[in-house]
Design a protein around this ligand. Structure first.
Ligand SMILES: [Zn+2]
Length: 398
């Protein structure tokens, strides 16, 4: 009897794992135009001087310095206050750096996640949104607004924007009762704000990605209970969406990996739809319709998967995860002609040089993508008229 039930259980798990595999390739449900129009906008929260989300990050935040601690506190306060259903963790490590001599520098990764309330931790696969929050050691006073203060704020806004819809959806699902076989019941969401991405001196394998290397290594060895759907914390990441160097005008975002091109295309379709609906503030005015239609951030949206070659050339926080088999969607502004945005790694990378409408539009795009991934259509408050007026009355605020 025991043997039979456990083998049946094992078989069941096996079927479930197979379903999960299929699921991870197709987990996605398109949201309606009404929902797209109704997604909350960041408004004043992205003001570079007083904005609740962005302005506290626009300070030097070199690992191990008071600026770094202040930004960590900002993340912590935000999640505790605005997103109380999220769990928060910190992952700590230390390392010597080329400029610290024998001194160990502390690195602290900030982790926040929300899972369906009925699910065990090891059974949940999480959409994982990632940006680094540290800033460069030199030049002194470097801010790193696109690199990556603004991406952190975009992710914060996106998570705040979907949170109520997530609660509504999970409350309804809970009330309905669940079968344990509905795959949607095992989808969670996670944010990683990583420390120590920047090199202290010159970029090498050991002087860079301090936080990401430590987290990927730790999570690879963090096992879930034996019968869990996912083996380790690392394998619980169903997609690692890395935002970096975003916030400059007219970005070029390539598709870097054939295996996640489908996710890239879903985001590209959302960009196109937001454009067509007139929901992007960075777009040229309506009168210049021809120009509007020419602009694409996700330039490879029409390309077929076969033409996406792995452009392994851009080293970033995804590498230690990718090398361990995690699927990556890398959203980084890089143009094969002009390279990274021109303020990159200069003292010009400041809040003042961010393109406000572009920062806001990115936050809307990330929100929409997360809403589709979490299958939240129908769970948002839709008050399109109020929001549309809001969009057009605030043209000059940022
Ligand atoms: Zn950088």
């Amino acid at each position: 009897m025991v043997v039979l039930s456990s083998s049946r259980h094992a078989l069941w798990r096996c079927v479930f794992s197979l379903l999960l595999l299929v699921h991870s390739a197709v987990a996605y449900s398109v949201i309606s135009d009404d929902t797209l129009r109704a997604l909350p906008r960041p408004g004043d929260d992205f003001d570079i001087h007083t904005g609740k989300l962005l302005s506290p990050i626009l300070i030097p935040r070199v690992p191990g310095t008071p600026g770094s601690t202040a930004v960590l506190n900002h993340f912590n306060d935000f999640f505790q206050t605005s997103l109380p259903d999220w769990k928060i963790e910190f992952q700590n490590s230390t390392s010597k750096t080329p400029v610290s001599g024998d001194k160990e520098v502390p690195f602290v990764n900030f982790i926040a996640y929300r899972d369906p309330p009925w699910a065990s931790k090891g059974d949940v696969g999480r959409l994982t949104l990632v940006a680094h929050y540290d800033s460069k050691y030199s030049p002194e006073g470097f801010i790193g607004a696109i690199d990556s203060a603004a991406p952190c704020a975009m992710i914060m806004h996106a998570m705040r924007s979907i949170d109520a819809a997530l609660t509504k959806k999970w409350t309804e699902m809970g009330a309905r009762g669940h079968s344990n076989l509905d795959l949607d019941e095992h989808t969670g969401i996670q944010v990683l704000f990583l420390d120590g991405e920047e090199a202290f001196q010159t970029w090498t394998d050991t002087d860079s990605l301090y936080g990401a290397r430590s987290l990927a290594e730790t999570w690879e060895d963090s096992y879930h209970p034996v019968m869990s759907n996912f083996k380790t914390e690392l394998s619980s990441i169903t997609l690692f969406v890395l935002l970096d160097l975003l916030g400059a005008k007219s970005p070029t975002i390539r598709s870097h990996f054939p295996t996640t091109h489908w996710a890239y295309q879903n985001m590209g379709k959302l960009e196109n739809r937001l454009r067509e609906l007139g929901e992007l503030r960075s777009a040229p005015p309506h009168e210049e319709k021809a120009k509007r239609n020419e602009i694409r951030w996700l330039v490879d949206v029409e390309a077929s998967e076969r033409h996406v070659t792995s452009r392994g050339g851009i080293s970033d926080d995804h590498l230690p995860f990718m090398h361990r088999g995690v699927e990556i969607l890398h959203l980084i502004d890089f143009n094969s002609g002009s390279g990274f945005p021109k303020v990159w790694h200069t003292m010009e990378d400041t809040g003042e040089n961010l393109d406000g409408p572009t920062v806001e539009d990115w936050s809307m795009l990330v929100t929409a993508f997360a809403a589709e991934w979490m299958e939240l259509d129908g769970f948002f408050e839709t008050t399109p008229s109020a929001r549309s007026a809001d969009l057009h009355s605030r043209k000059t605020e940022l």
